[in-house]
Design a protein around this ligand. Structure first.
Ligand SMILES: [Fe+2]
Ligand SMILES: [Fe+2]
Ligand SMILES: [Fe+2]
Length: 410
């Protein structure tokens, strides 16, 4: 089985930067919650393993949120249906072997302590989930406070009081007590500012050494993020998964080395991660996009690159994924690269992306059958947009390509 050398903390942290993009104007929420939760964990003398789990769960706690509409609700102190994203997030983590142990924490991160303490689940899960809930509500209060009064120190006592009022009801008494202790200093609140929070998280990232990880484990982590991107719209359900599967199949037909086939699959899964920044209304729009909306949409492949390039070991993945809207005649975006500058892997993903999108229904058209998809691909190869040889390969294995794009097993 293929192995990858990767810093797991760094991979999770960088990819979760993409989750932050969904917030549009409420960014770094996951990181601030992770900082506050970890400070409480440390003050409670939790072991470094326990604090580490708490930190990772906190970074990922809102992984069940991919639409900007749901994200907008996160800034309310309490809202109807708030547990939906907890269930979704926990479900995603359960199917990821290396992170499955965090799913219980994410599942209960909006559950009041008065209910949570009665549940028949391990005590440490209850405390971690509740610690994240408390840190999460502090961050929401901070956001509200600074929108009225930019200096957080002037709003600090009001927020501390708000948390103290929920002692024993929403939050565990033990956690509230430790929060009151760590949040007493001004430094705690000033650390929430952007430059400090990034520094704090980078130190955490640096703690983890590069380790060997199986391809399947890495793929399951990457799938968390592809799932979040695809869940942005019902129309793009399994789009990234289909692009990944078809790209890998084509790479194998071109007899690319096994290592490249693995990487192209990961690049396919992540190619649209920059779309998390695009507001739902634009993704779901059934009529023609305005110039402004089109430009907002178009920048997603550039954002994909910026997110992925931070992960050491993802250098090729980031380039191949970011080039999926480049065209061999240099008419694509964002760099107007031509055939010579585009790797075969990038050219394969570009074809797979068009193929998969045409095989799915979109707000403005029905899903197309294989023969119609092929004729569009051939036209795009004729005009010089898509690579002719790759489109020829698709023609030679059309039915199989169609099944791969739609993840059909029979
Ligand atoms: Fe949440
Ligand atoms: Fe795209
Ligand atoms: Fe795509």
């Amino acid at each position: 089985m293929s192995k990858f050398n990767i810093n797991l903390h760094e991979a999770i942290y960088s990819l979760s930067d993409a989750l932050d993009l969904v917030g549009v104007d409420h960014i770094h929420h996951g990181k601030r919650v992770a900082f506050m939760a970890a400070e409480c964990g440390k003050a409670l003398n939790w072991s470094s393993q326990q604090t580490d789990d708490l930190f990772q769960a906190a970074i990922l706690h809102d992984c069940g949120v991919s639409t900007t509409a749901v994200h907008a609700k996160l800034v309310q102190f309490e809202w109807e249906g708030e547990k939906e994203h907890c269930k979704l997030g926990a479900g995603i983590l359960t199917s990821t072997p290396v992170l499955a142990h965090l799913s219980g924490i994410v599942l209960y991160h909006h559950t009041h302590w008065s209910d949570l303490k009665e549940l028949d689940i391990p005590e440490d899960i209850k405390l971690k989930a509740n610690c994240i809930y408390m840190a999460d509500r502090v961050d929401v209060s901070v956001l509200r406070s600074v929108s009225n009064e930019p200096n957080i120190l002037l709003g600090k006592e009001e927020i501390r009081q708000k948390i103290a009022d929920k002692r024993g009801d929403w939050f565990s008494p033990e956690l509230v007590d430790v929060f009151m202790q760590v949040s007493d200093s001004d430094a705690f609140w000033l650390s929430l500012e952007r430059e400090h929070i990034s520094g704090y998280v980078s130190t955490w990232v640096a703690h983890d050494l590069t380790q060997e990880i199986d391809f399947d484990d890495l793929k399951s982590i990457v799938q968390i993020f592809s799932y979040i991107v695809d869940a942005k719209s019902t129309y793009t359900n399994e789009h990234s998964e289909g692009v990944a599967c078809l790209s890998r199949y084509l790479a194998e037909l071109f007899t690319l080395p096994e290592a490249n086939c693995n990487l192209i699959e990961l690049a396919g899964l992540l190619h649209d991660i920059g779309k998390l920044r695009v507001p739902d209304e634009i993704i779901e729009k059934t009529t023609k996009l305005t110039d402004m909306e089109y430009q907002t949409m178009k920048r997603h492949s550039f954002d994909t690159y910026n997110i992925l390039k931070q992960v050491k070991g993802f250098e090729e993945i980031s380039r191949w994924a970011a080039d999926h809207h480049e065209r061999v005649d240099a008419t694509g975006y964002p760099n107007h690269k031509g055939k010579k500058e585009l790797s075969i892997e990038a050219r394969i993903i570009a074809v797979a992306d068009v193929f998969q999108a045409l095989a799915q229904k979109r707000p403005y058209r029905k899903d197309l059958p294989p023969a119609e998809i092929l004729s569009i691909l051939k036209e795009q190869a004729r005009t010089g947009h898509l690579d002719k040889e790759i489109v020829q390969m698709v023609e030679d294995f059309l039915t199989e390509c169609w099944k791969k794009a739609l993840l059909k097993t029979s």
